[in-house]
Design a protein around this ligand. Sequence first.
Ligand SMILES: [Zn+2]
Length: 347
Amino acid sequence: MKILGEVPAKLQVFTRFLVQSWTRQYQDARIILEQNGDLRYLNIPANLQRLFVRGVMVTSGVMILTIFFLAGTSINLFTSRARLAHSHEEVYRALLNSSLDGREVQDVQLSEDQMVSLAQTIRDRDMSIRRFVDTSMVAVTQENDTMKSQLDSTGLTEKIVKIIQQNSAHGGLTPDNTLSDNPLLRGKVADELSTNRALREVLYALPTNMPIVNYSVSSDFGIRKHPVTGIPHFHTGVDLLTATNDDKVHPVKPGIIVMAEFHSTYGNTVVVRHTNGVESLYAHLSGISVKVGDKVTMDDVIGKIGNTGVSTGKHLHLEILVGGYPVNPQKVIRTAQYVQQIQQNAQ
Ligand SMILES: [Zn+2]
């Protein structure tokens, strides 16, 4: 407060001095000069005196303002240059650190040459990333085409495919934003990658093993005449015979036993629940060797081939269900095996 009080007081005195100097009344003045014994008179009129004083005041005012302006500009210039140099240094250090795999660079003396070579390095790296993404995309697009045609060959309807996707372990219905949110993977690249992920999700959910090691098919999936009643109906599974004396029945994919009991039509029946809403059913078994809740792998035996329930002879009736809908077991398993084969070859 003391300083704030003092400044206006001094400013007042200065202003008063300026006003007085500007409005001062001048008298004509006479200066007497002596030169070699002669006296000479120099008249200085009041007008000239006023003009001189006012001229000096205006000139010094303009000069002071100019000095302030120049000083302000150069300080501003200096600070922004320093700020720019600092940010360049930060960028340089960050980029240098990223290419040094964790080894920290503390002190960076940045020259313009370094800046240029750094820019070139970044551009080269950017180009090689783009080339890599382009070539990878060709491979992903090809793989997507293969998987699409494989998926078509399973005969799975769009509805069935949706059920598998919706029963996905990572959410299903919620769209996967991790790919489209990645700024490096815009547009077509993100689309191809998410298509790839969705196709894999479906294909990997399918069973890969036939339940009998050596088998032959006695009745296909689809419409047929019922072996007992003779009435045409939809055969919801495939009937398999063992080609050897091996009667062991294995799950078509790892899973959990959700049913293991006698059924009036299916006889001794086992149902295994897999991932993504996929289940497999094994009917007419002679005996059941698992109970509900058991976790099974493809090496386990869930029962033996039999002739229980409504059956005309010893065989295994195999069903594969997606969301409760039966699908063609042979087509699905053949496709899953093929996809697995491609995957193994690729690794
Ligand atoms: Zn059958």
